[in-house]
Design a protein around this ligand. Sequence first.
Ligand SMILES: [Fe+2]
Ligand SMILES: [Fe+2]
Length: 336
Amino acid sequence: MYTQAMDTAAREGHASASGLAPTEREQRFEARIAAGEYVEPKDWMPDHYRRTLVRQISQHAHSEIVGMLPEGNWITRAPTLKRKAILLAKVQDEGGHGLYLYAAAETLGTSRDEMIEALHTGQAKYSSIFNYPTLTWADVGVIGWLVDGAAIMNQIPLCRCSYGPYARAMIRVCREESFHQRQGFDALYAMMSQGTQAQRDMVQDAVNRWWWPSLMMFGPPDGESTHSEQSMRWGIKRIGNDELRQKFIDAAVEQAKVLGVDLPDPQLKWNPERGHHDHGAIDWDEFWRVVGGDGPCNRDRLAARVRARDDGAWVREAAMAHARKRAACDAAAQAA
Ligand SMILES: [Fe+2]
Ligand SMILES: [Fe+2]
C-alpha cells in the first residue's frame, strides 16, 4: 500500500543499458565497494547483496517495532511524570526507527506489506532480546542501559555500511539511541544512589536477568555466524560479533561500577595481557531456543503485532479512500 519501492524491471534495464557483461558488472561493483563508495538504490548490485540487505534491514525494522512492546508495557505505570514523558519519547523514537528502516528496505524493491507479512508469518526474525518480559520498572532502565547500549555498539559501524540509504538512516538512529542509553542509565542511577534497599534490589534483579541476553544481541561467535563473512566483504558489516561483544563488556563493567551493581558472571575478570575482560560462557542453547520461537514472550509479541495491524486496518482504508476522493476532486477541478 504505502511504498517507496523502486521498479525492479527499470533497474535491470538501467544495468543492461550500461552494456557490461555480467562478470564485468560484478567486478566493477566489487571495486566500488573496495574503494569505499556508497551503493545507491538505482545502481546495479548483485542479487545476493540485495537479498542480504533486505533481510538485514527488514529484520532491523521489525526489531525496532517489536522493541516498542516490552517498554510500552510500562508507559502507564512510570513512577513520575518526568519518567513517563521520557519513556513515551523513547518508545516513539523506536517507532520512528522502524519507519526509517522500512523505507530504506523499500528502496531495494520490496514493499512494506511484504515485509510485514513475513514478520507476521514468522518467516522474518527480529531481535530475540524482545522476547524477554519486563517484570518491574527497573527493567525499563536496564533495557535503556544494556539493550540500547548493545544496539549502539552494533549500529555505529552500520553508519559506514556500503548501502547509502541504510547508512544514512543509521546516523540519525544512533544519535537517538545514545539518548536511550543515557535515560536508562539515569533511571537506574536515581534508584541506586537515592532509592530504598528494595529499589536497589529490584535494579540488581533486572541486571541479573538482562545481562546474558544482552550479550547474545551481538549474535553467535564469528566462526558460527552464517552471514558474517560475505557481509564483511561487501562492507555491510564492518566489525565482527566477538569484537563488538568484547567492546560492550569492557564498557559495561566500568558503568556497572558507577551504578554499584554486580554483573552476574563470576568469571568476569580483567585480563591485562589481552587488555580486555574475560567472561564466562554464553548459553547459546538458550539463544537458539528463543530465536526458534520458544522464548518467554515470542507468541505474545507476534500476537500483539498482528492485532495492531488488524485493529488499524480501518485507518489505512479511510486514508486511501480520502486520498482517492481528493484526487477525484482535483481532477474534476482541473477539468472545469
Ligand atoms: Fe531504536
Ligand atoms: Fe533505542
